[in-house]
Ligand binder design. Structure first.
Ligand code: CMX
Length: 433
C-alpha cells in the first residue's frame, strides 16, 4: 500500500490548481465587511485565513475534512473493533482528505514509532537545568525549540530549495516532531513529578498509547481515553490562538519547530488551552468550599460568586461556537460509559445543568455552553493523571496534528507571508469622521 507521503504528494497538484481557479474566478469577490467593532474586537467574524483541515460551524461544532466527531468515531480505525479512533488515522485524514484503512493506520503508527523512538539527549539536559516549578508548558515550548537544529526545512532553505518543493522538508519536520511529542511530553511529566525516572518508548504501541505508557499510565482504558483525547484536540479551524499563531509564524517560512513552539505559547493562555487546568482547580475549589456533593443552589451561588469576583467561569463560552461543544459531548459519553458513578464526573454534570442558566441570566456571554476544557480534566483525574498543570501539554501534543498538517498544506499551496493592516485610533477617527 502507498504510504502517507506518496498519497499526499498525489493530491498536491490538483489542490494547487483548485486554488488557482478560485483566485481567478472569485479573487475580487467580497467575503464580508469589516466594521470598527470587528477591528477592536479581536477580529471576531473576519474571514481572514485559508485553512483546509477543519471547519467550525457555530451550531454544530467542528468537522474535520467534512466529518463530525461522532462520524469519525464510527469511521476511523481503532486499536480494536468498536474502540476509540487512533489519532494517526485523523492525521492521515487531515493531510489527505481520505479516511485511511486499518492497514494504512498501522503502517503510519509504525512509522511514527520509528521516527519518535529517541529524543536527543540535550533536550533532557536543557529541561533538567530549568528552575524547579517551571510550568510544563514553558518546558514544552522550549523542548520543541530545542529540536529546531534538526530542521530539514531550515537546512533545505539555506541550500536554496525552490518554493515548489518547500512542502517536502516541512512534511519531514512535521512528522518527526509529531512522532517525538509523546516522548517529549512524557519526559517533562516524569521529570516534573517523578524525579526524572523515565519509562522507555515501546515501539509496539500506537502513538497515543505510547504517550500514556511513557507517562507511566498503562491499561486498555487509559489508552482508549488517550486515543480519544488526542483525536479530538487536534484541530479547531484556523482562527483560534494556537492554530493562528502557528500559521502566522510559519508564513514567514520559520520552520515547523519555530511555528509550533509559537502555537504552544498561545495555547498556554488561560482563555485558550490553559482553561483545562483552570477548570480542575476551580472544581477543587468548589469541593473544598462546598463539598463533593453540593446542591444545585450551592453550585449556583458558587458560580455567581466567581462571576462577581470578576473572574470567568473556565470551560464555558466560546468565540465561535454557540452550542455545547461536541468535544465536550463525546467526553461526557466516555464518562457515562466508563465512570458513571465518579463523584467528580457528577460534579461536572451538575455544572452542566447550572452554569449555562447563570451565564444567560448575567447576560454578557454570547455562548453559555461548555467547551472542550470543561470535561477533559475529570477524565484524566479518574485514570490517575492528577497533575492538572500538565493538562495543557496533553492538549498541545494533540494540537500538533492539526496545525502541522495545515502547515504542510500552506507551503504546498504557496500561501504568502501574513500581513494584515492595523490602524491607530487617531487614523480611525480621521478616516470615519
Ligand atoms: N465566564 C464569565 N464571563 C464570560 C465567559 C465565561 N465563561 N465567557 C465569556 N465571558 C464574558 C467575556 O469575558 C466578555 O466580557 P466583557 O464584555 O466584560 O469583556 C463577554 O462575556 C462577552 O464575551 P463573548 O463574546 O461571549 O466571548 P469571547 O469571544 O470574547 O471569548 C472565551 C471567548 C472562550 C475566551 C470566553 O468565553 C472565556 O473566557 N471562557 C472561559 C475560558 C475558557 O474556557 N477558555 C477555553 C476555550 C476553548 C479553548 O480555546 O480551549
Amino acid at each position: 500500500v502507498p504510504d502517507l507521503k506518496s498519497v499526499l504528494k498525489e493530491k498536491i497538484p490538483e489542490q494547487q490548481e483548485r486554488l488557482k481557479a478560485i483566485k481567478k474566478q472569485y479573487g475580487g469577490k467580497e467575503l464580508g465587511k469589516v466594521t470598527v467593532d470587528m477591528t477592536i474586537g479581536g477580529m471576531r467574524g473576519i474571514t481572514g485565513v485559508l485553512w483546509e483541515t477543519s471547519l467550525l460551524d457555530p451550531e454544530e461544532g467542528i468537522r474535520f475534512r467534512g466529518y463530525s466527531i461522532p462520524e469519525l468515531q464510527q469511521m476511523l480505525p481503532g486499536a480494536k473493533p468498536g474502540g476509540e479512533p487512533l489519532p494517526e488515522g485523523l492525521l492521515w485524514l487531515l493531510l489527505t482528505g481520505e479516511i485511511p484503512s486499518k492497514e494504512q493506520v498501522d503502517a503510519l503508527s509504525a512509522e511514527l514509532a520509528e521516527r519518535g523512538s529517541s529524543i536527543p539527549a540535550h533536550v533532557d539536559t536543557m529541561l533538567t537545568s530549568l528552575p524547579p516549578g517551571t510550568h510544563p508548558m514553558t518546558q514544552f515550548s522550549m523542548a520543541v525549540l530545542a529540536l529546531q537544529p534538526d530542521s530539514k526545512f531550515a537546512q533545505a532553505y539555506a541550500k536554496g530549495v525552490p518554493k515548489k518543493d518547500y512542502w517536502d522538508p516541512v512534511y519531514e519536520d512535521s512528522m518527526n516532531l509529531i512522532a517525538k511529542l509523546p516522548g517529549i511530553a512524557a519526559l517533562i511529566y516524569r521529570n516534573t513529578y517523578f524525579g526524572g525516572k523515565k519509562i522507555p518508548h515501546d515501539s509496539n504501541l500506537d502513538w497515543a498509547a505510547n504517550l500514556a505508557h511513557q507517562m507511566g499510565h498503562d491499561g486498555e482504558e487509559v489508552y482508549e481515553l488517550t486515543r480519544l483525547y488526542q483525536t479530538i484536540h487536534t484541530d479547531h479551524e484556523g482562527g483560534n490562538v494556537s492554530a493562528h499563531a502557528t500559521h502566522l509564524v510559519g508564513s514567514a517560512l520559520s520552520d515547523p519547530y519555530f511555528s509550533f513552539s509559537a502555537g504552544l505559547n498561545g495555547l498556554a493562555g488561560p482563555l485558550h488551552g490553559l482553561a483545562n487546568q483552570e477548570v480542575l482547580r476551580w472544581l477543587f475549589d468548589v469541593t473544598k468550599k462546598i463539598g463533593q456533593t453540593p446542591s444545585k443552589e450551592e453550585v449556583e451561588k458558587f458560580v455567581w460568586d466567581t462571576l462577581n469576583s470578576g473572574r470567568v467561569i473556565p470551560g464555558f463560552g466560546h468565540a465561535v461556537l454557540r452550542k455545547t461543544d461536541p468535544r465536550y459531548t463525546c467526553q461526557r459519553e466516555f464518562a457515562q460509559k466508563h465512570l458513571p458513578d465518579d463523584p467528580m464526573f457528577r460534579l461536572v454534570s451538575l455544572f452542566y445543568e447550572v452554569v449555562p442558566g447563570v451565564l444567560l441570566e448575567q447576560g454578557k456571554v454570547k455562548n453559555p455552553w461548555p467547551n472542550v476544557d470543561a470535561h477533559s480534566g475529570v477524565l484524566l483525574q479518574y485514570y490517575g493523571i492528577k497533575e492538572e498543570n500538565f493538562y495543557t501539554v496533553l492538549f498541545g501534543v494533540s494540537r500538533a496534528i492539526g496545525v502541522l498538517s495545515q502547515g504542510i498544506w500552506s507551503r504546498a499551496l504557496g500561501l504568502p507571508i501574513e500581513r494584515p493592516k492595523s490602524i491607530t485610533m487617531e487614523a480611525l477617527e480621521r478616516k470615519l469622521a
